[in-house]
Design a protein around this ligand. Structure first.
Ligand code: SF4
Ligand code: SF4
Length: 109
């Protein structure tokens, strides 16, 4: 395993704890980037990553196993809430704790 590997690639916890809602204008069908088929409609203006609204939470775009090897299958096309959750943030720490993982070592960031 490379020391320079991004810590998220051995985690994925935030993709298996939070509900991921965003504007329908982020959908491919609306001129955005997120593949419609991986989402569900919430209201006329909001949609949600499929799999993030029922327990156990797991985004339909997440590949691999949380805490071992994980990746976002639509990384370049993921919606804004995913871009905004930064490694090492409070949201990151909380997600990792819920999956039994310690906070990221700041030196890894
Ligand atoms: S919980 Fe933190 S370390 Fe884990 S995938 Fe999300 S941002 Fe990366
Ligand atoms: S779209 Fe990607 S980054 Fe966002 S929750 Fe799903 S797997 Fe995680």
């Amino acid at each position: 395993m490379s020391d320079s590997e991004h810590p998220c690639l051995r985690c994925g916890a935030c993709c298996a704890i939070y509900r991921v809602d965003f504007s329908v204008y982020e959908l491919q069908s609306e001129g955005g980037t997120v593949p419609d088929g991986l989402t569900v409609e919430v209201t006329g203006n909001t949609c949600r990553m499929r799999g993030t609204d029922h327990v156990p939470i797991r985004c339909a775009a997440l590949t691999g196993k949380v805490g071992e090897r994980a990746a976002c299958g639509i990384y370049e096309w993921r919606p804004n809430p995913c871009r905004e959750l930064e490694p090492g943030s409070h949201g990151c720490e909380k997600a990792r704790a819920r999956h039994g993982m310690p906070p990221l070592d700041p030196q890894m960031l």
